[in-house]
Write a protein that binds this ligand. Sequence first.
Ligand SMILES: Cc1cc2nc3c(=O)[nH]c(=O)nc-3n(C[C@H](O)[C@H](O)[C@H](O)COP(=O)(O)OP(=O)(O)OC[C@H]3O[C@@H](n4cnc5c(N)ncnc54)[C@H](O)[C@@H]3O)c2cc1C
Length: 461
Amino acid sequence: MHVPLLIIGGGLSGLAAALRTARFVPDVLLLEKHSRIGGLNSYYYRNNRLFETGLHAITNYAPPKVKNAPLNRLLRQLKIKRSELDLHEQNQSEIRFLGRESLLFSNNFSLLESQIADKFPASCQGFLKLKELIEQYDPFKPLPFISAKKILMEHLHDDLLTDMLLCPLMYYGSSIENDMDLGQFVIMFKAIFLEGMFRPGGTIKDLLDLLQKHYTDHGGSIRTQAGVQRILHSGNRIHGVLLSNGEEILCDHILSTIGSEETFALLDKVSGYKILPRLGFVETIFELKEDSTLKHSHDRTIIFFNSADRFSYQQPQTLVDFKSGVICMPQNFQNLPGVPFKEVRTTHLANYSEWQNLQKENNSYSSAKEETALSSLPVAEKILGNFAQNIVYHDTFTPLTIERYTSKINGAIYGNPIKIKNGDIGYDNLYLAGTDQGFLGIIGSMLSGVSIVNQHILPRL
Ligand SMILES: Cc1cc2nc3c(=O)[nH]c(=O)nc-3n(C[C@H](O)[C@H](O)[C@H](O)COP(=O)(O)OP(=O)(O)OC[C@H]3O[C@@H](n4cnc5c(N)ncnc54)[C@H](O)[C@@H]3O)c2cc1C
């Protein structure tokens, strides 16, 4: 078998890249190791219903008239109509530093501006200057690391406000500990605060089915349970791949979306990059009775919280760091058609190696998952009021779950801290897109797939 383009990985970057290419060259083949597409953004069935992984809220909301907004550009590139996605904006979200301060924000930026003016009046002018800087900054210009934390402090002169603004941006898009590169900060600030968050009316399965249908309608093909074991090459030129079932597929070009180190491993090559800590997360999904209500903050979409003196975004020494995290209520988006489910999802930073050590001991892995849910519950109840009595089912996933279903090294959602922004990993006809290209999140990873195809692949096919 021979194809012009072979894409490794059926996550959102791979799917978007495949669809973009198939619009012009139908003979694209997408290979996915798992039995289901979606990667970090997928779904599974338990307790007679569908559970989503990796979808709290989609960032980069834009109304239809803002033609140049990332969301609208993406839809145009993929030829998907907005109406097919059935977009629902968030209600409002919150950054809550317990016992200190709280900031509300929504898809209307003036809410955050007025909250900062009320609660941090001394930083208000600095915040407006920071916003100007963000609007003018080109995050794609290749520059050495610039500390976003330092820039925030220079503008705001306030530790607490700096930590509060960084908290959601780090949780939703930083692969490095306790700071962000200014370029990544700018991308995330625009995506979360200036543009805002939404979700589709259906589940993540509906979104994946939609992408798959558009792609196969153009003539593209997908093979699941088709893990690539090796990339075949002579020197810097790629010829094809060897699948784990022994089958060989030849191709002119490869786009890999599985991560940089993960791709180098298929080439029997070590990247030589410095090994930096990779961030892991645990998430518990508490399914609630349909008619249950939450006592406090019941209308919030997402709450980013911290209970420590300073916000620490780093790999904990223990299994889980419950001092900070994200609480998501996926039913709280405007005018959702039949609310698909009533849930509280809690996410915290976790230590991959600690979880891995446990797996070797009989039964202790599953009891640690149960203890994680039990410890996360009071943390969420402190913010939402008691809801334990309304829980009908719960499930927890760990960095090991992520590793098992996506083959990400250390189950690190945001991948390698070193990003390869131009997608060039030193081969003539092999390119990198997705998490390790540096665009994170659902819209980010899809844009990554599309932009690498536009830049490197379409001109050569
Ligand atoms: C708990 C959680 C919450 C999240 N919340 C949000 C959110 O609210 N909003 C948001 O925008 N983003 C969120 N994200 C992030 C978002 O899901 C990811 O950034 C995005 O999906 C990454 O897509 P990707 O295609 O780059 O990578 P992946 O999804 O990792 O796709 C890579 C694919 O490659 C496959 N693969 C690996 N090795 C091989 C191989 N050898 N051969 C064939 N296939 C292989 C994997 O199985 C996988 O399907 C969340 C993620 C998680 C896990």
